[in-house]
Design a protein around this ligand. Structure first.
Ligand SMILES: Cc1cc2nc3c(=O)[nH]c(=O)nc-3n(C[C@H](O)[C@H](O)[C@H](O)COP(=O)(O)O)c2cc1C
Length: 335
């Protein structure tokens, strides 16, 4: 793909994470970084196409650039789901070939598809034919007893030929038997060198590397070593300020803007008010904000007040004020 706006946005992305990167989380992340590419949680093509679960496509216009991640393995159904996503205005449609959970395996989605690259290529070709926005794939370096040095280049060649515009590689295997999804994000060893080598073999397919990236320094180093971009999951969720606050300037070369954790909280207020007025709960938004002060004095107070009080019926913006106030005056914290 020629370098275009989406390739630029992919220089730093926040990974798709089920139950975590919902629309509220993405809106919050967008207040910290204007340029990072944000991913939805995985949405399965059967849920969209057969289940008619259109609410799964809801997002706020402020979230752009935002990519929809799909799970599925039926080319026609994925094409239809991709079309629905593009019509809803998503900037990219991504296919999940990395998720190892049992539930997902039973539907032949996710990492198990590393074993059938021809089928993935058919899915990509069908999705490409259905939409004008970039179609991308997120994969592992292999599964089970596969040899990554052999299967990864073969997989990439097939999806590239099918028209894949951009690839994200989670730089470890998934072991489909015997590990929980959580263990599969930590136990199989990371192999950045392999991903860097393979990325260099495919100069016309821009790629991001994912897995275990903890800091913007790490991100910059991987880009300097030849990756087009990096995707960050857990560190961005748990320490959003550390990862995202300087990303626009350092990764995207944007002009510096003056913002702080407090300006982010202020920017969230109208969004939270709207949500509450529409019958939503405070906790549905603030649960994603617990890490805002990670590593700062008072971080535990912030987490504790929000965790304890935001889920109570009727909880409103006063809980945010109380959390901020108690951070400044920990002596007032009861118990
Ligand atoms: C809670 C959680 C949910 C996840 N859900 C998805 C998902 O829906 N789709 C996907 O491709 N990967 C999913 N992942 C994997 C992440 O996208 C990412 O590949 C992985 O966490 C490694 O990156 P990290 O070390 O930066 O977190 C999930 C990870 C976590 C922690």
């Amino acid at each position: 793909m020629p370098r275009n706006a989406n390739t630029e946005a992919a220089r730093l992305s926040v990974a798709p994470m089920m139950d975590w990167t919902d629309r509220h989380c993405r809106y919050f992340h967008r207040q910290i970084s204007q340029s990072a590419l944000l991913y939805t949680e995985m949405v399965t093509s059967p849920a969209l196409v057969r289940g008619g679960a259109l609410h799964l496509l809801d997002y706020s216009p402020e979230e752009h650039p935002v990519a929809l991640q799909l799970g599925g393995s039926d080319p026609a159904e994925l094409a239809q789901a991709a079309r629905m996503g593009a019509e809803a205005g998503y900037d990219e449609i991504n296919l999940n070939v990395g998720c190892p959970s049992d539930r997902v395996q039973s539907g032949t989605f996710g990492a198990v598809l590393m074993k059938t690259p021809e089928l993935v290529a058919d899915c990509v070709a069908a999705m490409k034919a259905a939409v004008d926005v970039p179609v991308t794939v997120k994969c592992r370096i292999g599964v089970d007893d596969q040899t990554p040095e052999e299967v990864l280049p073969d997989f990439i060649e097939k999806v590239r030929s099918a028209g894949c515009d951009y690839l994200i590689v989670h730089a470890r295997k998934a072991w489909l038997q015997g590990l929980s999804p959580k263990e599969n994000r930590d136990i199989p060893p990371l192999d950045y060198d392999l991903v860097l080598r393979v990325a260099a073999e495919f100069p016309d397919l821009p790629m991001s590397i994912n897995g275990g990236i903890e800091t913007l320094d790490d991100a910059e180093a991987l880009i300097a070593r030849g990756m087009t971009g990096v995707m960050i999951g857990r560190a961005a969720y748990h320490r959003p300020w550390d990862i995202l606050a300087e990303a626009d300037e350092r990764i995207f070369g944007d002009k510096p803007v003056s913002h702080s954790r407090d300006t982010v909280i202020d920017a969230m207020r109208p969004y939270i008010s709207d949500h509450l007025e529409n019958g939503g709960r405070l906790h549905q938004i603030t649960r994603h904000m617990l890490g805002l002060f990670a590593g700062q004095p008072g971080a535990r107070t912030w987490r504790r007040v929000l965790s304890e009080k935001a889920n109570r019926p009727g909880a409103g913006l006063e809980v945010l004020d109380e959390a901020r106030d108690l951070m400044a005056h920990p002596d007032r914290l009861a118990g």
